[in-house]
Design a protein around this ligand. Structure first.
Ligand SMILES: Nc1nc2c(ncn2[C@@H]2O[C@H](COP(=O)(O)OP(=O)(O)OP(=O)(O)O)[C@@H](O)[C@H]2O)c(=O)[nH]1
Ligand SMILES: [K+]
Ligand SMILES: [Mg+2]
Length: 412
């Protein structure tokens, strides 16, 4: 029997089993069995190099965003409109058959947007090009899940399930469970609060299913069996996802309003005929793309840092772009970004912006920078410049930062 058939069989058994206190342990065990099989499914078949077929696109820019959705929801139309790169759009399904990259220029950064073939239910098990599409999604920083506003709300759940089946966790943070395998000593089970979803016996059983007999387990939140399995599997990818409801030009205003109020959602229309609707919505841009871009930017969590040479104004057109998810946002990360050997030469840095308590603040390599901070590097041998630089800097704090400060007062 193949892996997929075995998964189906266990799913059927779970569906047949009534949920109650007595079956709780058995159901937990079945969940772990499915998780193990799904992980097996993700491993590339023996003998293959694991490569795809033309879906790999070189990373470019400061971040990568994937468009994921059912066929004909408007992914290609959206890519063309946001990036200017043409991607064939048509009224029939599966118009797009490969991965098409475009570039969004936003906030002085370049963001790679990827158009992908539509995926369908069963994609995670290999239907259509689902697995390749999902692999590209996993390589991205965030996902834009494009949905047809005129279609059933169930589509969002189906897609989420498909992505979860391959280990993607959308808009969730990793469970607060400490787990460490040991060589000896049995299983030590602890929790910092009362657990309502799992108990010690259930955890032992799940660990047993994974043939783990020595481990340390500490629950720091009221986690579920699924959370525990995620932590044991250890291969989950936690990603931000923005739900993009397209084609709002074809639905009523009440429905638009309902969709727009959902968490992490943006309603848009790629159809120029939607002008009348946007008039009713009072949005500044006729298609609501500005809100989509702003939301995308916010979720990406990029941090722009401007370098200020001593005695000069910073170059506000050319930021160093950092990310807390990839590489980190400390002064050290900033230095590494400029030059690998720079960190050794740095004595301290001067920081202006929302991460600084006062202007400029003397900071070490561990200081965490915020978006739009300005940094001046003071090198070790640069003794004389240090004193002058520091004094002078006070009087020439960059204008952009003081403007910003008026709007958003500094954090203490
Ligand atoms: N009414 C309306 N139609 C739209 C909108 N956006 C796209 N369309 C139409 O929807 C159809 C499908 O658009 P595509 O961009 O090809 O959709 P896709 O998601 O890339 O489709 P596949 O590549 O086949 O998965 C086309 O006929 C578009 O003109 C919109 O906002 N409103
Ligand atoms: K299409
Ligand atoms: Mg397409």
């Amino acid at each position: 029997m193949g892996i997929i058939e075995r998964i189906k069989e266990i799913e059927a058994e779970m569906a047949r089993t009534q949920k109650n206190k007595a079956t709780e342990y058995h159901l937990g065990q079945l969940k772990a069995k499915i998780a193990k099989l799904r992980t097996q499914l993700l491993e590339p078949p023996k003998g293959s190099s694991g490569g795809g077929d033309g879906f790999e696109v070189t990373k470019f820019g400061h971040g990568r965003v994937a468009l994921i959705g059912f066929p004909s929801v408007g992914k290609s139309t959206l890519l063309t409109m946001l990036t200017g790169t043409h991607s064939e759009a048509a009224s029939y399904e599966f118009t797009t058959l490969t991965c098409i990259p475009g570039i969004i220029h936003y906030n002085d950064t370049k963001i790679q947007l990827l158009d992908l073939p539509g995926i369908i239910e069963g994609a995670s098990e290999g239907k259509g090009r689902g697995r390749q599409v999902i692999a590209v999604a996993k390589s991205s920083d965030i996902v834009l899940m494009v949905l047809d506003a005129s279609k059933s709300e169930g589509h969002r759940q189906i897609l989420t399930k498909e992505l979860e089946a391959v280990g993607l966790r959308l808009n969730k943070r990793p469970p607060q469970i400490y787990f460490k395998k040991k060589k000896t000593g049995g299983i030590s089970f602890n929790s910092t609060l009362t657990l309502t979803h799992v108990d010690e016996k259930l955890c032992y059983q799940i660990l047993h299913e994974y043939k783990i007999h020595n481990a340390e387990l500490l629950f720091r939140e009221d986690a579920t069996v699924d959370d525990l399995i995620d932590v044991i599997e250890g291969n989950r990818k936690y990603m931000k996802c923005v739900y993009v409801y397209n084609k709002i030009d074809v639905i009523g205003i009440d429905d638009v309003d309902k969709l727009a109020r959902q968490p992490n959602s943006v309603v848009i229309s790629c159809n120029l005929k939607a002008r009348t609707l946007t008039l009713i919505l009072h949005v500044a841009q006729q298609l609501n793309f500005d809100r989509l871009l702003a939301k995308m930017w916010e979720e990406m969590g990029l941090v722009r840092v401007y370098t200020k040479p001593q005695g000069q104004q910073p170059d506000f057109g050319d930021p160093v772009v950092l990310s807390s998810d990839r590489g980190g946002c400390s002064v050290g990360d900033f230095c590494n970004h400029i030059h690998r050997s720079l960190m050794k030469e740095v004595k301290y840095v001067l920081v202006w912006g929302t991460s600084a308590r006062h202007y400029p603040q003397h900071c070490g390599l561990g200081h965490v920078l915020n978006d739009e901070d300005v940094v001046q590097i003071v090198k070790k041998k640069d003794k004389e410049g240090e004193g002058r630089g520091r004094f002078k800097s006070h009087s020439t704090a960059p204008a952009r930062i003081s403007d910003r400060e008026k709007k958003a007062p500094l954090k203490q």
